[in-house]
Structures are given as C-alpha cells and as structure tokens.
Design a protein around this ligand. Sequence first.
Ligand SMILES: CC(=O)SCCNC(=O)CCNC(=O)[C@H](O)C(C)(C)COP(=O)(O)OP(=O)(O)OC[C@H]1O[C@@H](n2cnc3c(N)ncnc32)[C@H](O)[C@@H]1OP(=O)(O)O
Length: 409
Amino acid sequence: MSITVRPLGGSEWPAFVAVDYEAFSATYPLEMADRWREVVELDRLLTAFDGDLMVGGAGALSFEMTVPGGPIPVAGVTSVGVLPSHRRRGVLTALMTRQLHGLHEDGREAVAALYASQAGIYGRFGYGRAADTLSFRIPTHGSAFTRSAPADPALRLRVAAPADALPGLRRVYDAVRPGRPGMYARSDGFWKTEIIPDTEHDRGGMGPLRCLIAEDATGARGYALFRAKAGWNEHGVPDGEVRLLELMASDPAAYALVWRGVLDRDLCSVVHAGRRPVDDPIMHLLAEPRQLNAVWLDDLWIRLVDVDRALAARAYAAPADLVLEIEDEVCPWNAGRLRLVTGKASCEPTGAPPDLTLPVDVLGAAYLGGRPLRAAADAGLVREHRPGALRELSAAMAWDPAPWGCRVF
Ligand SMILES: CC(=O)SCCNC(=O)CCNC(=O)[C@H](O)C(C)(C)COP(=O)(O)OP(=O)(O)OC[C@H]1O[C@@H](n2cnc3c(N)ncnc32)[C@H](O)[C@@H]1OP(=O)(O)O
C-alpha cells in the first residue's frame, strides 16, 4: 500500500468528516460536524490517501497557549483519525511526520499540543505527557468546607443562561488563562461551538447546560457550567447528580462561592467534576478531602517542534546554564547539542560536551512545568554526565501553578 499525504482539497471536507466519524465510531448526528467546521482551519487539515480513497486525516488549530512565563503560539493538533480498514499500516505515522515537518517549515509555532484518545499513541512521535488532570466524584453530604474557607459579602450568586452569560464567562476565563500553563485562548467560534452548545446529543441523558455566576458590582468573578438531573432512590431519598463541565474563578472567594453553589444543589447527592487541575484548590477547601474520590488521567501532551525556540520561549523558576544533548528521530533538526541559559532564556547550538542527554518526548513532558525531570531520570529516561545537572534543569523547568488545558480540543 502506498500512502500519499497532502493538504485537504477544496471540496473534501465531507470526506474528512466521514473518515473521522468512522475512525472514532462516532455517535453524534452528522450535522454536528458543521459546528466543528466553524473551529477547524481547513487550510491546516492534512489527509492521507490510498489511491483515490481518503483513509486518514489530521488537523492543527492556531492557538495562543500559556506556557511558564506567558502565552506563546502553539499548534493544537486535533481530528486525527485513520479508517479501520487501514489501521496499523503506517497511515498515522505518515500524517504525523508530515505535520511535524510542516510545522517546522512554517515556523509559526515551536510547540505542538494535543489531547490523546489513548495514552500509548503519541510518545513515538516525540510527544510527552506534560499535564495531568483529576476527576472528582463528590458526595454532596460529605462536601462541607473547612472553617477557614473565604467569603466576600460583596459577591452574589446568580443563575444565568449560558449564552447570555458569555461576556462574563469570557471575562473570568481570560483573567485566569495567562497564569496557568496549558490554558489556551478561545475564539468566539470555540466558545459557541465547543463550550455552550446544548443539543440532545450534548446533554447525553442529563439536563440542559446550566450556569452559575458569582459577581459583584464590577461584574463576573467566577462561574460554573454544568448539567444536572434530579432523581430519587427506592426509599424516596433524593439522589440526583450534577456533572460539572467547567468551574473558573479569578479570586478565592468567588471560587469558593461557585463551588458551594454546585455542591449545595437541591435533590442532588453527587457531583461529578471531570478534568480538574491537579492542584485544584477544592482539595484545600473540603473539610474531608477523601470525599473527592479522585481519579488521575493524562491531560495535555506536548511536542517541542523546534527545541531551541521552544526552550527560549518559556520562563524558568531557577537559574540554569546547561548543555543538553537532544535525541529526536522524527524531527532530526532537533537532534544535537544545545546550550540553555535560563536568565536570558537563550538556547543555541554548541559543540561543548553535554551535561544531560534526553529524548525530546521527556523534554516535552517537562515543558509546561508539571512533570519533574527528576522523576523521568529516576525512570531511567535521562542520562546525567555532570553531577548536579539534572537537579539544576529539573528545578529550572518546574512551575507553579500546575499545567492544565481545561477542555479537550
Ligand atoms: C489528537 C487526536 O486527535 S487523538 C485521536 C486519535 N484517533 C483515534 O483514536 C481514532 C481511532 N483510531 C485511529 O484512527 C487509528 O487507530 C490511530 C490514528 C490511533 C492509529 O493510526 P494507524 O494508522 O493505525 O497508526 P500507524 O499504523 O501509523 O501506527 C504507528 C505505530 O503506533 C502504534 N499505534 C497505533 N495506534 C495505537 C494505539 N491506539 N495505541 C498504542 N499504539 C498504537 C502502532 O502499533 C505502530 O507501532 P509500531 O511503529 O511500533 O509498529
């Protein structure tokens, strides 16, 4: 089988959707692809052909994503799929290789990010697991806060229609985003098609999308987007549930108030809060944090497309002056030695002997500051040639707060 990879042609969007739909065993009504059409950038979609049959596709979104120190351009890789009839014959490999080489030649983004459908897929292409996420299942009867939970009498909680509340949601999201690595700017289209849509399919058996806003005279300071479903058990005791989709606040008092609004919902006995940051302050607010019943998952995967530019683009938490020997089979322009000097964030080729040797996926995993390089070294993935070099780089790359992308793209 000979596979050709090329950009999507003018009339090929329906075929791209059909491949994706089949690859993902999707259940959404096909018209919903029109929604995604508002977000995707058609000129950044790649397709793979077996003869004249489209058998795979992959896309990239032009994001501004926060990394340690502030936002930078990042390619958000998405809509990757291969027809079941053509799996495990190298179609994804051809797409990923072409995409990474294209990003390098294009030069707009030195970093690519994605959410993986399965955690075993992307390491071979140089992506590292850079952020984690926790999902909570909180029984409302066990959700009392500690006595030191903050409160602000100027705040009030308001029930709002999500579409009407959009300016307030954006105000809060855009206040939080620049401070947390992994969060990315949302276009109007992204808010409208990914965050607030509310069809039967979006509801998935739950109620409509609901919104709580915490605000004062200046406007919104926090919000929650969620779905709920009331219910009673066989004894007549209320046991409805809340599914929290997003909760964001620009200050601690607003954060605590919005959470209380979600946890205190009448007739609901449990709150499922998916994809929360691993340093979510709710862990400090609950008097009995075991009631979080946390489950740990991978969040963003990061690929340093151009290692030198990517390392020079972020800030560092501690001084470091090191020679790194990078291993990168997929993007050979990265393989070699770079001198990283953190104070001025410069990263230049050098012939000096290396202090550390590490594969590009390990560096990608550490890039957002949430995965200690030291732990990767303990797993045997980093080789230290100068004693102390590992500790130096690990401390420099660590960052607070923990990385988190919030919503899958
Ligand atoms: C960012 C996103 O969009 S994530 C969404 C990814 N898409 C999906 O999950 C949809 C359903 N799955 C698919 O479409 C396909 O099975 C894909 C895209 C995951 C893989 O496509 P393929 O063309 O089969 O991959 P390809 O043949 O290039 O495999 C390359 C290597 O990855 C491995 N691989 C492929 N899929 C997986 C997987 N799901 N888990 C672990 N390893 C995998 C292959 O075994 C192969 O390994 P090898 O080089 O050691 O032989």
